[in-house]
Design a protein around this ligand. Structure first.
Ligand code: PDD
Length: 288
């Protein structure tokens, strides 16, 4: 199990990986990133993640290296780390410059790829489910740092998770939008099951267009599972029959406690289990 970092065009050990204190990713969170997981030893949905990385970069006017260059860096670093399953983080920063906020002041994109062992969730977390807490920290307005842009500026989410952990030791924080409806987790999208129907907030609520979320939506559609993208109130989340969260390194993970109260009978429900099974079939088949 090892960590390897691709930085400045070469692969090195974590303790050798250094970046300038003048880098705008460090100074301002002026960067974009992606987290990708492997499943059954292969990168899952790499192309979807690269498309989103390019889209995020375009939205903030950050120049992206050619896709083939990123793909090679990722493949080489995953191979160098040699883990059975990996978690891959691709970071693009605008580069280092003078202490000048103007993004036009610098155009020196730095690419960093970090490969870790995949790590949790553990099998027990999938079997028993995890807890979430609805926090007071609001999801960023799409008119501020648009949640659709996966930027390195995660302070809002950092504070949200801090609140959830402090308040109830919850595994994940759930942030709401300005209208009070449920938006998403600090690093995950959220789904509920109500009256047998899978429901998740639409992109218009102001959330990240999760790659796992969109795979789950496709799986529901293809398998006749009733589905609706709709606004979800806090009360609906607290009263849901089932709840699960999704992200690249977790797939679909059951939630069995919301704000310290059990969801349904406190065990992962049948619809969640079905979605997890379908996702596993997809992961086994592989998505390029
Ligand atoms: N986070 N919403 C937010 C705010 C996220 O940060 C993430 C992913 C998701 C899920 O998106 P996807 O299915 O594409 O992973 C939703 C990753 C795991 C991270 O921050 O490392």
């Amino acid at each position: 199990m090892s960590i390897r970092v691709h930085i400045g065009g070469r692969i090195c050990l974590p303790e050798e990986a250094k970046i300038s204190v003048f880098d705008r990713g460090f100074l301002y969170g002026d960067s974009v990133y992606e987290t990708i997981g492997t499943a059954y030893g292969r990168l899952f949905a790499l192309q979807d993640h690269l498309v989103r990385l390019e889209r995020s970069a375009e939205r903030i006017g950050l120049r992206v290296p050619p896709r083939a260059e990123i793909e090679k860096a990722v493949a080489d670093t995953v191979a160098a780390a040699g883990n059975p399953e990996s978690r891959v983080r691709i970071i693009l920063t605008r580069g280092a410059g003078k202490l000048d906020l103007d993004p036009a002041a610098v155009d020196d994109t730095q690419m960093v790829v970090i490969v870790f062992p995949l790590g949790p969730p553990s099998p027990a977390m999938y079997e028993k489910g995890v807890s979430v807490a609805i926090v007071s920290v609001q999801r960023n307005s799409p008119n501020a740092i648009d949640p659709a842009v996966k930027s390195g500026n995660y302070l809002n989410n950092v504070l949200a998770l801090g609140e959830a952990r402090r308040r109830s030791g919850a595994y994940e924080a759930i942030l709401c939008a300005a209208d009070g409806s449920v938006a998403e987790g600090s690093t995950s999208n959220i789904f509920i099951v109500a009256r047998g129907e899978v429901r998740t907030p639409g992109l218009d609520v102001g959330i990240l267009d999760g790659i796992t979320r969109s795979k789950v939506l496709d799986l529901c559609r293809a398998n006749g599972i009733p589905l609706r993208e709709t606004r979800i109130s806090r009360e609906e989340l607290r009263g849901a029959e089932e709840v699960f969260i999704t992200s690249a390194t977790r797939g679909a993970l059951p939630v069995t406690k919301v704000d310290d109260s059990p969801v349904g009978d406190g065990k992962p429900g049948p619809v969640t289990r079905k979605v997890m099974a379908l996702y596993d079939v997809l992961a086994r088949a592989g998505v390029p």
